[in-house]
Design a protein around this ligand. Structure first.
Ligand SMILES: [Mn+2]
Length: 330
């Protein structure tokens, strides 16, 4: 039987002096807060752990004081004894170049296709990488401080959509309970994650949601955002995930189509689906791609024609492929 990757990782961390931590392109709450927790855990052992991501920290996480120290750029592998990659199915997912000679640790809760690192700990049953690093704290013989506990809790809360998605397993809830006991404050985390919007964003949300149209069956919701909607608002970046979430919350909706004007007669269409409705298959039909519940493609033409024709084609595709009925989730 192979050695437990947790003990191998713990040994390697203890034997390292300088540790680099990174996560995937367009990092999310799970990878960001877990990276922070891991660097703090390493700090408890007297290690110098530095988080470096290729992409900047997005909203709302860019406003978290705890995540302010994250560097953006490339890791100078020669400066570190160990590089930890969180949620990267391969090295290219990190956007880091020049890690070939580095000692790499791969921690992921998604199926990785290649165990590319020197130590690979892949647990597709884990609800979030934050839950795995909580487990790792035990292997390191460490009790998370309240700050570490709160980051790990935030990672799990964020990845489960506040304990709503299909990864809200007994394991996720057990870890959350334990982390709350260790000092994580669920109310404070919810404030940071969900009560952090600017007035401009809420105005834009109103604008986009007011474009809502539905097909006759009530299974497809279409919303649109035009360049003119964002121009006056001085938004540095536009987080549109909430807009699709609102449209997806309509009873009976299986697919949300979000048309975003990118240029003259050019629209990026984001698809979000639930249950068995396969967003990836629909996107592929139009030359795009993605996952079963999140995908996208680009279309060209006058808006009035696109918004009439594309949802009708999508309805046909959904009818053809009812998909397997599965639990709601992402
Ligand atoms: Mn995750």
């Amino acid at each position: 039987m192979a050695a437990d990757p947790r003990s191998l990782i713990a040994e390697r961390i203890k034997a390292s002096r300088k540790i680099a931590v990174t996560s995937h392109l367009r990092p999310d709450g799970d990878s960001l807060c877990t990276a922070r927790a891991l660097s703090l855990l390493a700090g408890l052992l007297g290690k110098d752990a530095v988080i470096t991501n290729r992409d900047p920290t997005p909203l709302p996480f860019s406003g978290f004081p705890d995540l302010a120290g994250i560097r953006v750029g490339q890791i100078q592998a020669g400066d570190y004894d160990t590089v930890v990659l969180l949620e990267c199915a391969d090295v290219s997912r990190s956007g880091q170049e020049g890690l070939d000679g580095a000692f790499k640790i791969n921690i992921d809760h998604h199926h990785s296709n290649s165990p590319y690192a020197d130590i690979n700990w892949i647990d597709p049953e884990a609800p979030a990488v934050g839950e795995m690093v909580f487990d790792l704290a035990g292997s390191l013989g460490l009790r998370p401080t309240p700050e570490i506990a709160e980051n790990l809790y935030c990672a799990i809360a964020s990845d489960t959509g506040s304990f709503q998605f299909s990864n809200t397993t007994p394991r996720a809830l057990a870890a959350a309970t334990e982390l709350a006991r260790l000092g994580a404050d669920p109310t404070r985390v919810a404030e940071k994650l969900y009560y952090n919007n600017s007035p401009e964003k809420i105005r834009l949300l109103g604008c986009v949601l007011s474009t809502l149209t539905m097909n006759a069956k009530g299974t497809i919701a279409v919303i649109s955002m035009f360049k003119r909607d964002t121009e006056g608002l001085h938004l540095k970046e536009v987080d549109t995930e909430d807009m699709t979430t609102q449209a997806r919350s309509i009873k009976g909706v299986e697919m949300v189509m979000f048309f975003k004007e990118m240029g003259p007669e050019t629209f990026r269409v984001s698809l979000r689906s639930k249950g068995g409705a396969n967003a990836a298959r629909v996107a592929e039909h139009f030359g795009g791609g993605g996952h079963i519940h999140a995908s996208g493609f680009t279309v060209y033409g006058p808006y009035e024609r696109l918004i009439r024709d594309i949802p009708a084609i999508v309805e046909g595709l959904l009818d053809e492929d009812p998909g397997e009925t599965s639990a709601p989730g992402r």
